[in-house]
Design a protein around this ligand. Structure first.
Ligand code: GRF
Length: 202
């Protein structure tokens, strides 16, 4: 299966997925890494690993529709079976999301449905929750609301800051995102009644 990964910056989740694919024997390859920013750090890692890269510079498009049309053309050029959003910091239009319905995943650094949107670690601290986490989910038109595939949970410790939470959580993101991608490429995910069912292996 062809995977296209979209990034905007550091790309550490993309890196975790690429390394997992390199180490395992999954029926998949990363066909391309595409960024909406030319200076995204993760592009260098992708290139160093022989993965084609492309930039669709969001700041050069006057409208969201125009950007999404260009992005879709770039993504579809790699015939993706799966599109993976990995720190891709753009809200996508409904037509774009519809086009990849059932084949686009995102990771969000909260235990959805808690804390959609930005600054999730700050939101979690402000709410005083004892547990925080990350969610891999299918992307639907409503931001950070699609069916959840996997979640990772961490305790909120005394003295935790936004940074300490983000850092501790990231290690778990790097575990669950490759796992979720693997489940998808092994065709073990079903969306039923708005929820994800994971099929056991034979
Ligand atoms: C991650 O925390 C992810 O959950 C959030 O943005 C961050 C991206 O980090 N959506 P990276 O670019 O994968 O290193």
């Amino acid at each position: 299966k062809n995977i296209v990964i979209l990034i905007s910056g550091r790309g550490s989740n993309m890196e975790a997925i690429v390394r997992a694919l390199e180490a395992g024997r999954w029926p998949a390859r990363v066909a391309a890494v595409i960024s909406n920013k030319a200076d995204a750090k993760g592009l260098a890692f992708a290139r160093a690993h022989g993965i084609p890269t492309a930039v669709v510079p969001s700041k050069e498009f006057a409208t969201r529709d125009a950007f999404d049309a260009a992005l879709r053309q770039a993504v579809d050029g790699y015939a993706p079976d799966l599109v993976v959003l990995a720190g891709f910091m753009r809200i996508l239009t409904a037509p774009f999301v519809e086009h990849y319905a059932g084949r686009m995943l995102n990771i969000h650094p909260s235990l959805l449905p808690l804390f959609p949107g930005l600054a999730t670690h700050r939101q979690a601290l402000a709410a005083g929750v004892s547990e925080h986490g990350a969610t891999v989910h299918f992307v639907t038109a409503e931001l950070d609301h699609g069916p959840a595939v996997l979640q990772a949970r961490i305790p909120v410790l005394p003295g935790d800051t936004e940074d300490s939470l983000a850092q501790r959580l990231l290690e778990h993101e790097h575990i669950i995102y490759p796992q979720a991608v693997r489940l998808f490429v092994e065709d073990r995910l079903r969306i039923e009644g708005g929820a994800v069912r994971i099929l056991e292996t034979a």
